[in-house]
Design a protein around this ligand. Structure first.
Ligand code: NAD
Length: 481
């Protein structure tokens, strides 16, 4: 079945001659196909969003929020169905899918607070008899472009805030797994979201470029790999739009000798291999400081080797497949590259097989040891179930190692020392920091986004930044004499 676009409150079959298959990464079965929609279809979606804007903007914020409250209730009712659908099209374990939905719903809950979040400021007598007020107003039509690894949660980082604030929205979801979010769109319609407020156009690069260049689009929220994020940022900024573009990651996890080493190893393993490593907050390089190295290495290897790889809907599985056979080849290519650069491979997941699922895109937990700065596998994002282990003589050296990375999304420290943790936080230069936490994921009411090549822009996703990004300010200075 070909997934339809959603334009002006109607499901519209795409006129595109080309489409890409949507595959269950565990079984290899085709679940549907994503049309590569045309420029004309993007234009129709933007026009429908622009037409819906004046009435939606004039709808009181509390009424806009009520629709989101209803959507949240509907999502709660459908949670299990949605989680299973998400696992089928993404591959992640069903418990992880439930977690993703939960995080997505939390963004809707936060956006429901828009009447207070969007409130302005006022001050009397800025000069004698003169008052000053600041109002936050919606801006117009926003576009969202999202990746495959959190196909439900990441769209919910964006459009609920944008529409709660009175804007209208055009979303281009990942072409690899757009089906579950499509069910969310249906629920949004049932909840009462008026036609044209949220539109969805499926496709790839062409749709993205048309959206970014469209004169009626005021701003762009993007999440994906750094190469594309950087390109989207430049293009959108050049076209005069506000833009937030979240990119890739290479997250370091630093283990100090005074850490709870069992706890640290367990936390690192779950960070690296959760979602088969396809998370922007996944740990990628484990740095053992001093004599922590050997202790954490052994514990890490034991735990990683014991993870049960399997189909995501089987509750006993601890790690699912990667998204596609192409991505599997890419990850395996990195492993081979690491070996050619001199890394050793104490755990090799390349030949893993899952009985009953011969067509799945499997890679087992893999560990590369002996990473050195300058190696490709030490610097580039692999985005698969591959850990790199490396040593540092001191916390200083570990921080310097991280500083060489072009990425700055997340990092973690494991220690019993408040002083070391404070030093780490102070100097890391990275946005999302875990202290004895392996996945430093900010909740919906905090900002989400990195630094360096992991983020292009200034206002991040979620939190108060989301409201700032989707609104502009009007300052009114009045004298009534
Ligand atoms: P991707 O960059 O391939 O695709 C992201 C989106 O951009 C998709 O909708 C895709 O259709 C579109 N796209 C792809 N190539 C394009 C091009 N040349 N021009 C215009 N648009 C293009 O990313 P992905 O493989 O879907 O997702 C994985 C990446 O996303 C990883 O790098 C991961 O770290 C990153 N990510 C980052 C965060 C974060 O918060 N920083 C969160 C999730 C994922």
């Amino acid at each position: 079945m070909r997934v339809a676009n959603y334009i002006g409150g109607r499901r519209v079959g795409s006129e595109a001659p080309e489409a890409l298959p949507i595959t269950d990464p565990g079984t290899g079965k085709i679940l549907g196909e994503t049309p590569l929609s045309t420029t004309r279809e993007v234009d129709r979606a933007v026009v429908s969003a622009r037409r819906a804007f004046p009435e939606w903007r004039a709808t009181p914020a509390i009424e806009r929020a009520r629709i989101l409250f209803r959507l949240k209730a509907l999502l709660d009712e459908q949670r299990e169905l949605l989680a299973r659908s998400l696992t089928r099209e993404h591959g992640k374990g069903v418990a992880e899918s439930r977690g993703e939905l939960q995080r997505g719903i939390e963004n809707i809950e936060h956006a429901c607070g828009i009447p207070s979040l969007m409130m302005g400021e006022a001050f009397e007598d800025v000069a004698s008899g003169i008052d000053c007020e600041v109002f936050r107003q919606p801006v117009g039509v926003f576009a969202g472009i999202t990746p495959y690894n959190f196909p439900v949660m990441i769209p919910l980082w964006f459009w609920p805030y944008a529409v709660a604030a009175g804007n209208t929205f055009v979303l281009k979801p990942s072409e690899q797994n757009p089906l579950t979010h499509d069910c969310v769109v249906e629920l949004a319609e049932t909840a009462g979201l008026p036609p044209g407020v949220l539109n969805v156009v499926h496709g790839g690069r062409e749709v993205v470029n048309t959206l970014i260049g469209h004169p009626e689009v005021a701003g762009v929220s993007f999440v994906g790999s750094s190469a594309v994020a950087g390109e989207v940022y430049v293009r959108a900024a050049r076209a005069g739009k506000r833009v937030q573009a979240l990119g890739g990651a290479k997250n370091h996890m630093i283990v100090l000798p005074d850490a709870d080493l069992d706890g640290a190893a367990a936390s690192c393993v779950s960070s690296v291999y959760g979602s088969a490593g396809q998370r922007c907050l996944a740990g990628s390089v484990v740095v053992g400081v001093g004599n922590a190295y050997d202790a954490v290495r052994d514990r890490f290897l034991d735990r990683a080797a014991s993870l049960r790889v399997g189909y995501g809907l089987d509750e006993r599985s601890e790690m699912g497949p990667v998204i596609s056979s192409e991505h599997r080849d890419r990850v395996c290519g990195y492993i081979e590259h690491g070996i050619s650069e001199g890394a050793s491979l104490p755990l090799d997941g390349r030949d893993v097989a899952v009985p009953g699922y011969p067509e799945g895109h499997w890679i087992g937990p893999t560990v590369m040891e002996g990473l050195r700065p300058g190696m490709t596998v030490a610097g580039e994002e692999i985005f698969g179930p591959v850990a790199g282990l490396t040593r540092a003589a001191s916390l200083d050296e570990a921080i310097e190692l991280m500083a060489r990375s072009r990425y700055g999304n997340a990092c973690s420290i494991y220690t019993a020392s408040g002083r070391a943790a404070r030093e780490f936080r102070y100097r890391a230069g990275i946005s999302m920091i875990g202290v004895n936490i392996g996945v430093a994921a900010p909740m919906a009411f905090f900002p989400f986004g990195g630094t360096r090549d992991s983020f292009f822009g200034d206002l991040k996703a979620q939190g108060r930044d989301a409201v700032r990004f989707y609104t502009d300010q009007r300052v009114v200075i009045s004298r009534w004499s």
